[in-house]
Design a protein around this ligand. Structure first.
Ligand code: G3P
Ligand code: CA
Length: 273
């Protein structure tokens, strides 16, 4: 049967879809955290192997002022040890096993340093470093970047903590900074116990501090007009955390330039990127 010639309109739509798809970056949330223990070197290595564009991680400050990579402020969930990072020394934290909870094959994985994680970034790839604490981490962060070869080319800072992003802008102005904003409730009234900020408020805050982008929770009911508002304000749009291909497509269509996911390799396959 002879194939029908493709119409100009269909061709334009295909081109648009493929340019949107190829523009979007896949961010491995805490590394390949669906398959490997989150925020460990095993998780980061797997994400790079699976073709992630960016690996995301979370940083805290230890009792003795060192940076450790861990999502929670406590160690119980990912190491089985009931501790609080700010009350523990770096040496104590490094004795913990951060892999075993995810499977015996990961036994012996440590809570990584940021130096170790930066050392694994392949050429041309990047890391979204989420600052989980206040601006007091900045002096040690600057030392770490110098020591480990972190630069604005391979590191972007993200945070819910506005004061920390403001401090990044002051001390490390060349780096990109993305403001994480949650959208917890369907009624939009509260997020993590605080009043839900409006998009206008969030844009105003980002512009005041000179941030480079917004990184919104995927439950945020953003419209196309609001995306334009973000873009017109000169801000990038990013989204977290999306493990559903339909939701990812929705955000790509809206104009998100990165999708953070726990399943980086799998989602890339589903989206045929
Ligand atoms: O990438 C943003 C996302 O990591 C924020 O939430 O709780 O997973 O750190 P959380
Ligand atoms: Ca995070």
């Amino acid at each position: 049967m002879p194939s029908r010639p493709i119409s100009l309109r269909a061709l334009a739509a295909l081109c648009l879809m493929s340019s949107a798809a190829s523009a979007v970056e896949i961010v491995a949330h805490r590394g390949a955290s669906f398959d490997a223990p989150e925020n460990t070197l095993a998780s980061e290595k797997l994400a790079w192997r699976d073709g992630a564009d960016v690996v995301e991680n979370d940083i805290h400050l230890t009792k003795d002022g060192k940076i450790i990579v861990c999502h929670d402020k406590t160690t119980q969930r990912t190491t089985g040890h009931p501790g609080t990072i700010t009350a523990m020394t770096f040496a104590e934290l490094r004795t913990l096993d951060a892999g075993k909870w995810k499977g015996e094959q990961f036994a012996g994985e440590k809570l990584p340093t940021l130096d170790e994680q930066i050392a694994l970034i392949p050429a041309g790839k990047r890391m979204f470093v989420e600052i989980k604490v206040g601006p007091e981490i900045l002096p040690e962060l600057e030392r770490t970047l110098q020591r480990a070869g972190g630069s604005e080319k391979n590191i972007t800072f993200i945070s819910f903590v506005y004061a920390s992003l403001q401090e990044v802008r002051k001390r490390l102005p060349a780096y990109k900074t993305q403001y994480l904003v949650g959208y917890k409730k369907a009624d939009g009234k509260k997020t993590e116990g605080k009043p839900q900020p409006t998009l206008d408020e969030v844009i105003a805050q980002a512009k005041t501090a000179g941030l480079t982008g917004l990184d919104l929770q995927s439950t945020w009911p953003l419209t196309a007009a609001e995306t334009k508002q973000i873009q017109d304000a000169g801000l990038e749009l990013h989204v977290w955390t999306v493990d559903d291909p339909a939701v990812a497509k929705h955000w790509i269509e809206l104009g998100a330039i990165s999708i953070t996911t726990n399943r980086s390799g799998w989602l890339r396959e589903q989206l045929k990127l």
